[in-house]
Design a protein around this ligand. Structure first.
Ligand code: UDP
Length: 500
């Protein structure tokens, strides 16, 4: 069994918090529950930052892959999307194949260290589909761990691959069919983000990436079968590899997953503040690790939070137009917040402003949280639903608008407040939506009930007790069995070639 052999699993996430965090969660799970050794690869600055967050009980090996951002036209030391504006974020994504030779060299070194024994399997990011070719060169089983959910990634895949909105007829102007989805399924045009509607030609990097996905042996989704079946079915029909839903993988490290000294203090401040508030009375507002509303939207949001009368915690990042240049709003008046806002919020005790990064996992699991205004990054969605928290959705890009569509139309746990950082947002509308979700009656009550149902489904999927294995537990077992079979085949063929 793998636990006795202590085989090595190599994991390589893309350089973004929303990818590194679930990968680390999966790494700790495979180490603790299944007894694997883990080699976790990333660029030097990300590895340095991860080092202090690895628990003393873990022997995860962090391994640096050489990376020079300046050679790729990125600012010096730009190794994580967190500090990059959208165009540079895209450049970082699109430059990922340049890591391939160094990755191959690292695998070669690992094989040599183990006297010719290759790793048990390689789990790579969806942006690193090219790593399947490297894995197969060494005869190693390859899986892509997709940081997104089934539905969101399925719509992302089919819309970028087939551009269905480009060929739509007048009859389709309000909604249109999605290739690969059930025949009677119609996708609302309004849910397609502006930049995708506006495109005039293919996204070449995307097409190449989708092509590379065809080479992998397995796709692992950080989602739950029972709440995300339509998207998972899409992938099972479009790809011949295994497709398993193994989520939600939530980092057991919580806010420590990002590292940094301030994290502990911020956590204490947030918990103390939340402890002083009534159950489900607080709106949590955060837009993930790499996006933020624009300057004017931030102004409207601040005005709405003040006007709404509800308690709130807001993780404030500099507006998208200021990306990469975080500004301290606590000591300075900034042009994107109403004059005196910070002071009024502090003195009223009704709000808590957290600069740049908040302990999200811990905040969302606190009983005082009533709703989450979120950009619907998939980790945030998993973290909200695992705690039965309904969502005010404000997607910012990537597959987030599709996650929001699923949350609102398929599961009924969300209501949309805005889409993107370039749409017009009015504070009166925000106040209305906040009231709808936070007042605990009518639609808001219904959303809360559905969020609690989703929480139960998620719990059940991860249950492994008294002879019952939930769907995600079974999926992890099936994945490891398939990798083991491949590993055994490789061992036999190596033995045979030695005896010949
Ligand atoms: N996160 C956090 N504090 C913050 C912002 C984000 O802990 O202030 C964590 C969040 O809990 C989640 C991840 O960072 O695990 C963000 O991933 P997500 O997929 O939600 O969004 P992305 O950052 O990839 O857009």
């Amino acid at each position: 069994m793998p636990s006795e052999r202590k085989q090595n699993i190599v994991m390589f996430p893309f350089m973004a918090q929303g990818h590194i965090i679930p990968f680390l969660g999966l790494a700790l799970k495979l180490e603790k529950e299944k007894g694997f050794k883990i080699t976790f690869i990333n660029t030097p600055l990300n590895i340095k930052r991860l080092q202090p967050s690895i628990p003393p009980s873990s022997s995860i090996r962090l391994l640096e892959i050489p990376f020079n951002s300046s050679h790729l036209g990125l600012p010096p030391n730009a190794e994580n999307t967190e500090t990059l504006a959208l165009d540079l974020m895209l450049r970082l994504i699109e430059s990922s194949p340049s890591l391939k030779p160094a990755f191959e060299e690292l695998i070669c070194t690992l094989v040599n260290e183990q006297n010719g024994q290759p790793p048990f399997c390689i789990i790579s990011d969806m942006f690193f589909g090219w790593s399947a070719e490297v894995a197969h060169k060494f005869g190693v089983f390859h899986a892509i761990f997709n940081a997104g959910g089934g539905y969101g990634m399925a719509v992302f895949h089919t819309t970028w691959l087939n551009l269905p909105h480009k060929t739509m007829t007048e009859a389709d102007s309000n909604d249109f069919p999605l290739p690969g989805f059930p025949k009677n399924y119609r996708f609302k045009s309004q849910n397609l983000p502006g930049h995708q509607k506006a495109i005039t030609g293919p996204w070449y990097f995307g097409l190449e990436m989708f092509q590379e996905w065809l080479e992998t042996d397995a796709m692992l989704f950080n989602t739950v079968e029972e709440i995300d079946r339509m998207g998972l079915t899409y992938f099972r029909q479009q790809f011949s590899c295994h497709v398993w839903s193994i989520g939600p993988i939530l980092s057991p490290l919580g806010s420590k997953a990002r590292g940094g000294k301030e994290a502990e203090t911020t956590l204490n401040v947030c918990m103390e503040w939340l402890n002083s508030k009534a159950i489900t009375s607080v709106l949590y507002v955060a837009f993930g690790s790499q996006s933020a509303p624009s300057e004017s939207q931030t102004m409207q949001l601040a005005t709405a939070l003040e006007a709404s009368g509800h308690n709130f915690i807001w993780v404030v990042r500099s507006p998208s137009s200021f990306a990469g240049a975080d500004r301290d709003f606590k000591d300075n008046e900034v042009e994107w917040l109403p004059r005196g806002f910070e002071q009024r919020v502090r003195e009223s005790g009704r709000g808590l402003l957290v600069q740049e990064w908040g302990p999200q996992m811990e905040i969302l699991s606190h009983a005082s949280i009533g709703a989450f205004m979120s950009h619907c990054g998939w980790n945030s969605v998993n973290e909200a639903l695992s705690n039965g928290v309904p969502i005010l959705s404000w997607p910012m890009g990537a597959e987030q608008p599709f996650n929001a569509t699923m949350l609102e139309e398929e599961i009924g746990v969300a209501v949309g407040v805005a889409n993107g950082s370039d749409c017009e947002v009015r504070h009166e509308d925000l106040v209305r939506k906040i009231e709808l979700v936070m007042n605990g009656t009518g639609k808001g009550k219904d959303m809360k009930r559905k969020a609690c149902e989703a929480k139960e489904m998620i719990k059940s999927a991860s249950k492994d007790k008294k002879g019952f294995k939930g769907s995600s537990v079974k999926a992890v077992d099936e994945f490891l069995d398939a990798a083991l079979q491949s590993w055994n085949r490789l061992q036999r063929s190596q033995e045979m070639s030695c005896t010949l």
